[in-house]
Design a protein around this ligand. Structure first.
Ligand SMILES: Nc1ncnc2c1ncn2[C@@H]1O[C@H](COP(=O)(O)OP(=O)(O)OP(=O)(O)O)[C@@H](O)[C@H]1O
Ligand SMILES: [Mg+2]
Length: 385
């Protein structure tokens, strides 16, 4: 991948910093027949922030984006942009840039005319719109491509044209719905950097829909995790990974082991938790108890595979297990181990050259005290198990 610094492209002039608008959404709901596509979503996006909406298929991501854009009318709730209520404002008056998964360029227009098309509709004079379109093309590093037809561009270049078309009006908000999912992996990563660069150059607010967690975590300042039309958690990437607030988020972001546990008595500082397979109960601190946890009840423990290490069977702190599989995967080794009651745990071990276990070995599983999080019934009403 070649990254060219903006300084290497002195001409033509690129689009200047326009700044970003704040977006405020409160109590947004949208129902299609019996399906609650959006179910009481409230969120604020800061000016210039990059917010990702991440969630499984059908979780309501596009419906939220379309409501912000004005292409979908909500059943309830309010949306304001830059402090102005736009809930019922027609899409054409919101001045937002939009990029979709399909580039939908006009095949019979040149690249320059594709980018200038919207300006023409708005009555901008020819010389001016060509100047603005050329600037937008330079901003996405396609200067010199204006005379080509879309069919003469690669997929990534076509998506850049779509980006140029979205920013040519100098909007303060850019809405993107899975803009990179049609591209192959390398091009996708290149475009991820390109979009980040564009965003910081223009200072624009971005709301970016994706179902690719890697893309959301690397690109966004904050990520809203959606499930069934509701926000499960809205947080910075690191907080989502390290402190998931619901079991759904713990399972959705990264790899996680879920283990059935028995919660014992509650104490002011935490709870005693009994793992399956008989090591003594351990105290889990209050801040690692998530959702509604009752004394003397069943719950689910979550632990990341990379936090588990292998120790000796006779270590009193270790959970005894039998290795049932060892999978080499380049920089790490995945070790699958079974507890006496059949519960399976996965340990992702760094440094494959030093991993000397094989199927059938008896091992002790260890992890740091703060690696366990215990999930009771979650606040969205989903049972722990
Ligand atoms: N126009 C529509 N008519 C009927 N149902 C709809 C309509 N648009 C969305 N839905 C339903 O609303 C729910 C949310 O859809 P939405 O498109 O917002 O999900 P999404 O998170 O964008 O999913 P994907 O990742 O598949 O694009 C889904 O169950 C979907 O079937
Ligand atoms: Mg969608």
């Amino acid at each position: 991948m070649s990254m060219v610094s903006p300084a290497a492209h002195p001409s033509p002039e690129t689009a200047a910093h326009v700044g970003g608008a704040a977006i405020e959404i409160s109590g947004l709901s949208k129902q299609f027949g019996a399906v609650k596509a959006v179910d009481g979503v409230s969120l604020s996006v800061q000016p210039g922030e990059f917010l990702a909406l991440l969630g499984p298929s059908g979780s309501g991501k596009t419906s939220i984006l379309m409501s912000i854009a004005g292409f979908e009318l909500p059943d309830a709730g309010r949306i304001s942009i830059d402090g102005k209520d736009v809930t019922y404002l027609p899409a054409s008056q919101r001045n937002l840039g939009m990029v979709f998964q399909k580039y939908t360029l006009f095949p019979h227009l040149t690249v320059l005319d594709n980018v200038a098309f919207g300006l023409k509709m708005r009555g901008v004079a020819r010389a001016e719109r060509h100047k603005l379109a050329a600037q937008a093309l330079a901003t996405v590093r396609l200067d010199g491509y204006g005379a080509r037809m879309p069919a003469q561009l690669s997929g990534g270049q076509q998506q850049r044209v779509a980006l140029a078309r979205a920013i040519v009006y100098r909007p303060k908000v850019l809405l993107m719905d899975e803009p990179l999912s049609a591209l192959d992996k390398n091009l996708r990563e290149e475009m991820q950097l390109e979009i980040k660069r564009l965003q910081s150059q223009l200072g624009i607010t971005v709301v970016f829909v994706t179902h690719d967690q890697g893309e959301a975590l690397t690109m966004a300042d904050r990520v809203a995790i959606l499930n069934q039309g509701r926000i499960q958690q809205l947080d910075a990437p690191r907080a989502l990974y390290e402190k998931p607030q619901t079991r759904f988020v713990a399972g959705f972001i990264g790899e996680t082991n879920f283990v059935p546990v028995q919660v014992g008595p509650l104490r002011p500082t935490g709870a005693l938790v009994q793992m399956p397979g008989g090591v003594g109960a351990r105290e889990v601190r209050s801040d690692a108890l998530v959702g509604r946890i009752a004394a003397n009840s069943a719950a689910v423990a979550a632990i990341r595979p990379e936090q588990i290490t292998l120790g000796r069977m006779d270590d009193p702190a270790a959970l005894q297990a039998t290795v049932s599989g060892v999978i080499y995967s380049g920089s790490t080794v995945l070790c699958i181990a079974q507890l006496a009651d059949g519960t399976e745990l996965r340990a992702r071990l760094p440094d494959p050259s030093r991993v000397a276990v094989s199927s059938g070995d008896r091992v002790g599983l260890l992890w740091p005290d703060d690696a366990l999080r215990i999930y009771g019934d979650d606040v969205h009403g989903a049972p722990a198990r």
